[in-house]
Design a binder for this molecule. Structure first.
Ligand SMILES: [Zn+2]
Length: 134
């Protein structure tokens, strides 16, 4: 339900998921701070395999399926290899393509840091009602 009218199939079922509260927000807000890599210092471009690190610009494809309701970064690109749109939209998934600057997110309890997305700008979005079956 990002950037569109709420659709019944993208709403938590109150009978089976009474613990989930739905909110309306923007793709930029959802993916800001999202961790892009389990590695601490680099993420690799899907197109050319070059390493990207803190302070560098990336283009990211992120998505969320209806269940589980969690966003994930599936692909990360350098500016030279970045696609201009969500190339193969998937039915049932909210997908977005954004540009961002890589930052660091701290996890004090684990005494570690992870690369995350900052200064996010939306390039394209595909709602769950568009695309082909996965
Ligand atoms: Zn690249």
């Amino acid at each position: 339900m990002i950037g569109e009218r709420p659709h019944p199939w993208d709403q938590p079922d109150p009978d089976t998921r009474p613990d989930v509260v739905a909110v309306l927000t923007t793709p930029q807000q959802v993916v800001t701070g999202l961790v892009v890599s389990p590695a601490q210092r680099h993420v690799y471009c899907t197109g050319c395999r070059d390493a990207r690190s803190e302070g560098q610009e990336v283009t990211v494809y992120a998505y969320r399926c209806v269940d589980p309701a969690a966003w994930d970064v599936a692909q990360c690109y350098c500016p030279a290899r970045a696609p201009a749109d969500v190339e193969t939209p998937t039915l049932g998934a909210v997908e977005c393509l954004v540009t961002a600057t890589l930052g660091q997110r701290s996890f004090p309890a684990r005494q570690t840091h992870r690369l995350c997305l900052t200064d996010v700008e939306l390039l394209a979005v595909s709602p769950p009602t568009e695309g082909t079956d996965p």
